[in-house]
Design a protein around this ligand. Structure first.
Ligand code: B12
Length: 210
């Protein structure tokens, strides 16, 4: 796991893929590879950036390597052939280009049998509104990684309210700078610190509706 973490930090895409495959062959679980190598690698990259030892290009190549590893694990993290148990629209809010955390929540939801419409990153409030009208999800999930873009979560909830759709959809929010108090302040239904809690919230919403 340690060497996988190091190659992700160095942004070595090919070696990341090779090491993920080797760990799987050796019997490591996809969850442990995420928890013990890929996510800690991103945390350490963030620390190096904060200390001024890494710059945006290094962050970018490390993120690419992480996403490569994630692609290999994805099929194993998702069960196939399950009837959709509900629908969720996910997106990273306006102005924010971070999309790995949002992808992980998407994978967890898909693994639990949800159909997920992933709007990508830098998603404007109006786009979320359109997607709610079009796809009629039970839940929407907003992600933000910057203290500045967190505010776009509030704008998104306001836009949903203005469109008269707020009572048709539950809103969950997450991302490293987000906290419960912020969720309360902006009127979100749920704050989740990780992908599992997001998946569990969506499950609760759907099971209450049934
Ligand atoms: C990779 C990275 C980038 C990449 C992103 C590539 C990509 N495709 O995603 C690039 C290079 C583009 C980037 C750019 C920038 N970044 Co950046 N980046 C990171 C880094 C290193 C990792 C983020 C990550 O993927 N983490 C791993 C994932 C798995 O964690 P996560 O996103 O938190 O998600 C988990 C939970 O939060 C939760 N979750 C997330 N979303 C949701 C949603 C719901 C509904 C739920 C329930 C849960 C949930 O579940 C996930 C799984 O557990 C972080 C450092 C860090 N430690 O976070 C900095 C960081 C976020 N970036 C930072 C900064 C400053 C920037 C830039 C402004 C730098 C610059 N000067 O240009 C730009 C901004 C660009 C923009 N407009 O968005 C700062 C933010 C500071 C702040 N508090 O605002 C950080 C914290 C680095 C630092 N320590 O200073 N970045």
């Amino acid at each position: 796991m340690k060497s996988l973490k190091e190659v992700v930090k160095m942004g070595k895409t090919k070696e990341t893929a090779e090491r993920v495959k080797t760990l799987l062959d050796q019997g490591a679980s996809p969850e442990s590879i995420m928890r013990e190598a890929l996510i800690p690698a991103m945390d350490e990259v963030g620390d190096l950036f904060q200390k001024g030892e890494y710059f945006v290009p290094e962050m970018l190549v490390a993120a690419r390597a992480m996403q490569h590893g994630l692609e290999i694990l994805k099929p194993q993290l998702i069960q196939s052939g399950v009837e959709p148990m509900g629908r969720v629209v996910m997106g990273t809010v306006k102005g924010d280009l971070h999309d790995i955390g949002k992808k992980l929540v998407t994978i967890a939801l898909e693994g639990a049998g949800f159909e997920v419409i992933d709007l990508g990153n830098d998603v404007a409030p109006e786009k979320f509104v359109e997607a709610i009208k079009e796809h009629k999800p039970q839940v929407i999930g907003l992600s933000a990684l910057l203290t500045t873009t967190m505010l776009a979560m509030k704008d998104t909830i306001e836009a949903i309210k203005s469109a008269g759709l707020r009572d048709q959809v539950k809103v969950m929010i997450g991302g490293a700078p987000v906290r419960q108090e912020f969720a309360d302040e902006i009127g979100a239904d749920f704050y989740g610190p990780d992908s599992t809690s997001g998946r569990n919230f969506a499950r609760d919403v759907v099971s209450k509706e049934a």
